[in-house]
Design a protein around this ligand. Structure first.
Ligand code: B12
Length: 323
C-alpha cells in the first residue's frame, strides 16, 4: 500500500519511491517486481531511469480513494454501502448493462469496499435476488444468464490475484457432476488463493474420474453442489476421492503426481470440504466429507484447524470416519 500510495500522483523511479516510503531499495524493487507481475504497475524506461506507474484502473481508483492507507471500514459501514448499492446493481445486471454495473462496483470500491466485500455482500445477494425474480417469472432465463455472465466479468476485474509460495498447500475446487453453478466455487477458489494457497479450479460439471485425477496430491478438495439433485454426485465424488489409490512412488521416494501438486511430500487422502446451497445444512458424515461450510472467511480457518488436528493426531484421522 505504501508503494502504491507513493505512485498515486504519477510515475516515479525506484529512488523516488524509496525516498517517499522510507523502505529499503531492495524491498521496494522486490515489491515493484511483484506488483508488475500482478499487472498493477508497469515500468517504462526514461533515459537511464525506469519510471513506475499504476496501470490497473481499479487499483488506481482504490489507492486514490484511501485517505489513510491501510484504513478499513467497519463491517457495519461495509454492509450499509453494499445494501445501498444492491437495487441498482441488480437492475444493471438483469438488463445486461455491464458497463453500468462496473461503474457501480467502482463507486463501491471508492467508498471502501474490498473485493471480498463485493463477492459476499454484493454479488452473492444480487444473484440470490436474480434467482428469486427468475423463479417468480419477473425476469426470463436470458436475463438470469446475462446477470451471471456480468458477475463473472466483474469478479475477474476486482479480484487482485495472488502469487502462492512454492511450498503452499494445494486445493482443488470443483462443481460436482451435474452442477453448472460456477460462481460460488470461483469465490471459494479466490478466497483460498488470496490466503496463499495453490489453487486448481476445475469449474462446472466435473466428471468424478477426472476430479480424482486432478486431486492427486492436493491437500484439500472443495466441492460445490447447488441443487439437492446433485447430492448423490457429491457423495460419489467424496467416496471416489477416498478410495483413490495413492500415487506411485518414484525412485527418489517422491510421489509421481501427474499434476505437480504436493511434489515430494508424503501422500495422504485430501481433506474434503463441501459447500454450496445444497450441501449447507447436510451433515458432513452423511455426505462422506470432512467438513461442510458456507461462510468463506471462516472456511479457511476451519480448514487450517482441521489440518493442524490431523497433523497432531494422524491415526485418529480416518477417511472411513469423516467428522
Ligand atoms: C446464476 C444461476 C444459474 C446460472 C449459473 C451460471 C454460472 N456461471 O454459475 C445457470 C443459468 C447456468 C443456472 C442453471 C440452473 N439453475 Co440456477 N441459479 C442461478 C442463481 C440465480 C445464482 C447462483 C449463484 O451464482 N449465486 C451466487 C453464489 C456466490 O452463491 P452460491 O453458489 O450459493 O455460493 C456461495 C456459498 O454457497 C458458498 N459456496 C458455494 N460452493 C461452495 C463450495 C465450498 C466447498 C464452500 C466451502 C462454500 C461454497 O460460497 C459462495 C459465497 O458465499 C441461483 C439463485 C440463488 N438463490 O443462488 C439459481 C439457482 C441456484 N438455480 C436453480 C435452478 C433450478 C437452476 C436450473 C435447474 C434451472 C433450469 N431449469 O435450467 C439450472 C440447473 C443447472 C445445473 N445443472 O446446475 C435454483 C436451485 C433450486 C434448488 N432446487 O435448490 C436456484 C436457487 C434458483 C431458484 N430460486 O430456484 N443457474
Amino acid at each position: 500500500m505504501a508503494i502504491l500510495d507513493a505512485l498515486r500522483d504519477g510515475p516515479m523511479c525506484v529512488k523516488g519511491v524509496v525516498k517517499e516510503t522510507g523502505l529499503s531499495q531492495s524491498n521496494v524493487s522486490n515489491h515493484l517486481g511483484r506488483l508488475r507481475t500482478l499487472g498493477w504497475v508497469a515500468g517504462e524506461r526514461e533515459g537511464r531511469r525506469v519510471l513506475y506507474r499504476i496501470t490497473d484502473y481499479f487499483v488506481e481508483q482504490f489507492v486514490r480513494s484511501q485517505e489513510r492507507p491501510g484504513a478499513r471500514l467497519g463491517m457495519r459501514s461495509r454492509r450499509r454501502i453494499a445494501r445501498e448499492l444492491l437495487p441498482a446493481i441488480v437492475s444493471a445486471l438483469t438488463r445486461g448493462a455491464g458497463d453500468e454495473a462496473r461503474d457501480l462496483v467502482h463507486e463501491a470500491m471508492l467508498r471502501g469496499l474490498a473485493w471480498r466485500d463485493l463477492y459476499l455482500l454484493v454479488f452473492a445477494p444480487a444473484l440470490r435476488e436474480v434467482g428469486e425474480r427468475w423463479q417468480t417469472g419477473a425476469i426470463r432465463v436470458c436475463d438470469e444468464h446475462m446477470a451471471s455472465a456480468c458477475v463473472e466479468r466483474l469478479m475477474a476485474r476486482v479480484y487482485p490475484g495472488a502469487i502462492p509460495p512454492a511450498d503452499a498447500p494445494a486445493v482443488v475446487v470443483a462443481c460436482v457432476e451435474g452442477n453448472l453453478h460456477t460462481i460460488g466455487p470461483r469465490m471459494v477458489a479466490d478466497f483460498f488463493a488470496a490466503a496463499g494457497w495453490r489453487v486448481r479450479y476445475l469449474g462446472a460439471d466435473m466428471p468424478t474420474p477426472d476430479l480424482v485425477l486432478a486431486a492427486r496430491g492436493a491437500d484439500v478438495v472443495a466441492l460445490s453442489a447447488s441443487d439437492a439433485e446433485q447430492l448423490p454426485a457429491l457423495r460419489q465424488a467424496a467416496a471416489a476421492l477416498r478410495g483413490a489409490p495413492a500415487p506411485r512412488p518414484t525412485t527418489e521416494g517422491a510421489e509421481a503426481t501427474s499434476n505437480g501438486h504436493n511434489g515430494g511430500r508424503p501422500h495422504r487422502a485430501p481433506l474434503i470440504l463441501a459447500g454450496g446451497r445444497a450441501a449447507v445444512g447436510q451433515k458432513a458424515a452423511a455426505l462422506g466429507v470432512d467438513l461442510v461450510d458456507r461462510y468463506l472467511p471462516q472456511t479457511l480457518r476451519l480448514v487450517e484447524r482441521r489440518r493442524e488436528a490431523r497433523d497432531r493426531c494422524p491415526v485418529a484421522w480416518s477417511p472411513a470416519r469423516p467428522g
